[in-house]
Design a binder for this molecule. Structure first.
Ligand SMILES: [Zn+2]
Length: 272
């Protein structure tokens, strides 16, 4: 499953094509939504951002298109007026004078105003987005202290999309390693220094994974390992998927465990 950074990079690709430009033509494939095509055509596309695993495309008139790909939906970018040869149903097209972004097969699409956004059942359950500029270490630290999360293990809290949306399995292991904290501890048992370190690691690891195409390992070390000929998967992470291999930092062997059926990796030397 893609995690926040992968979803954001996909959104960035769509944003590069149309964000900030006037959508000359917006068209919907689902009959119930067709009437919004005329309304949105001619409006500027303000922003394309993921929210959890959904995508929000906001327009200058105040409406936002919510879309969730589920398992089948697929976004494509094309030049204006061109369509890829693809045997799928076109559900949404947003076309400027130069580019088009096209959503095929997805059925979970809605057009929402501000009230509809606040009331949307999926969006209402999500915590702040990992990669949103407004999600600072201070915001994350406050959520760690929130009683909804403070008494549960970090293994569970980090995967809860109500805590911070966008953290998945590989990020969980990597964030805890960078903070030097074990997954079986609870936010309320951390001291102030540890809580601050964890909040900073959550934000920093998420942003690095976004900017560096999923590499969460120390960037310079990853480059050095690349020069030594190591494969991308081997050098990409600090601990994730490195069961039984020596920690890049201390040399202890990385340990694998499972919580709730999800893999978790940690260094017994670096994490307390
Ligand atoms: Zn270590």
């Amino acid at each position: 499953m893609p995690e926040g950074p992968e979803i954001r990079r996909a959104a960035d690709r769509l944003a590069r094509a149309v964000e900030g430009d006037v959508a000359l033509k917006v068209a919907f494939g689902l009959p119930l939504l067709r009437r919004f095509g005329a309304k949105l055509s001619g409006q500027r596309v303000l922003r394309i951002r993921p929210r959890g695993k959904a995508l929000l495309t906001s327009f200058e008139g105040g409406l936002t298109i919510y879309s969730h790909n589920q398992l089948y939906g697929r976004w494509m970018v094309a030049r204006a007026g061109e369509r890829p040869r693809i045997n799928r149903e076109l559900r949404l097209s947003i076309e400027t004078d130069t580019d088009a972004i096209l959503l095929y097969s997805a059925s979970d699409i809605a057009v929402l105003d501000a009230r509809g956004m606040a009331a949307h059942p999926f969006l209402a359950k999500l915590g702040p987005d990992l990669l949103d500029e407004a999600t600072t270490p201070a915001v994350v630290e406050a959520r760690l202290a929130d009683r909804r999360f403070a008494g549960r293990t970090l293994a569970a809290v980090l995967l809860d999309q109500a805590f911070v949306a966008g953290i998945g399995n590989y990020l969980r292991s990597e964030m805890l390693f960078v903070a030097g904290i074990r997954a079986d501890r609870r936010p309320k048992d951390l001291d102030d220094r540890e809580r601050t370190a964890l909040a900073e690691a959550i934000v920093a690891v998420g942003r690095q994974a976004w900017k560096r195409a999923g590499v969460t390992n120390d960037w310079q070390r990853a480059q050095q390992l690349k020069a030594e000929g190591l494969s991308f998967e081997t050098r990409r992470f600090h601990v994730f998927d490195r069961d039984g291999l020596p920690c890049w930092t201390c040399g202890e062997l990385i340990e694998r465990s499972e919580t709730g059926g999800r893999r978790l990796y940690a260094c017994p030397g670096c994490q307390v």
